[in-house]
Design a binder for this molecule. Structure first.
Ligand SMILES: [Zn+2]
Length: 241
């Protein structure tokens, strides 16, 4: 290979990279031209642990009821997972005996069923006994009232404490030796309050980036903001770090 060919290879790689970036998403392209899975850095999974604060998912119909005819969710801030966002809109969540949370963020895009995800502390202040559930599993869960600037929605069900889970793509799953639906554990090393979380459900998807979601109570319990180390392992793994 002569110098001209090397240059051409490098140029092609840079062009591919630029095209991928301008399209947004898709696998990133390493300097050698090989595709790297979503979220990987330097050829390895890049673990991120995020606190998922209380939020609401809405159907298209409920967006219009709460925010007016023709209203749609307006993205304000993208989430780490591509295609998902915090919307500009918030709603009031009302529980029994007029207890309420005045301003709960709506996350987009819209879904086929509306759902309210709270931390345990939130559910206590609302007076709703919300069960721990994985997103979308809302049979036999309590409801609440949502209040927006244009109207009100009575939810018959859908108030949950979101069960801790980890998003990942299939390359991440291979790396950890797990599959969609498996359980993992997360160790957070933090001054005076190191914590091991069990029962993290693996949610594997082609486009997902490696990210653990815990709620605000869990994040506060282990002082996640000050954590010095986070380690994700397959449940039942006897290997020592
Ligand atoms: Zn999540």
């Amino acid at each position: 290979m002569n110098a001209t060919q090397i240059d051409r290879t490098q140029i092609e790689s840079l062009v591919r990279q630029a095209i991928q970036q301008s399209l947004g998403g898709g696998p990133s392209v390493a300097a050698d031209g090989s595709a790297s899975p979503p979220g990987w850095v330097n050829g390895k999974p890049n673990l991120r642990v995020s606190i998922s604060a209380r939020h609401v998912h809405l159907t298209d119909e409920h967006v219009e009821t709460l925010f007016g005819p023709g209203a749609v969710l307006e993205p304000e801030k993208p989430l780490y997972q591509d295609g998902f966002y915090a919307a500009k809109q918030t709603v009031m969540v009302v529980g029994p005996r007029r207890r309420m949370l005045p301003s709960v963020r709506v996350l987009g895009p819209t879904r086929s069923a509306s759902q309210v995800e709270l931390a345990f502390t939130d559910s206590i202040s609302l007076g709703i006994d919300a069960p721990v559930r994985h997103s979308g599993k809302i049979d036999d869960t309590p409801g609440c009232v949502l209040v927006g600037p244009a109207g009100t929605v009575q939810l018959d069900r859908g108030v949950i404490r979101a069960a801790r889970h980890v998003h990942m793509n299939f390359a991440d799953a291979d790396f950890y030796g797990v599959a969609d639906g498996d359980m993992m554990q997360l160790k957070i090393t933090s001054n005076d309050c190191s914590t091991v979380f069990e029962n993290l459900l693996v949610r594997a998807d082609k486009a997902a980036k490696l990210e653990v979601h815990i709620d605000t109570d869990e994040g506060n319990a282990c002082h996640l903001d000050r954590a010095s180390k986070v380690e994700l392992t397959k449940s039942g793994c006897s290997c020592k770090a």
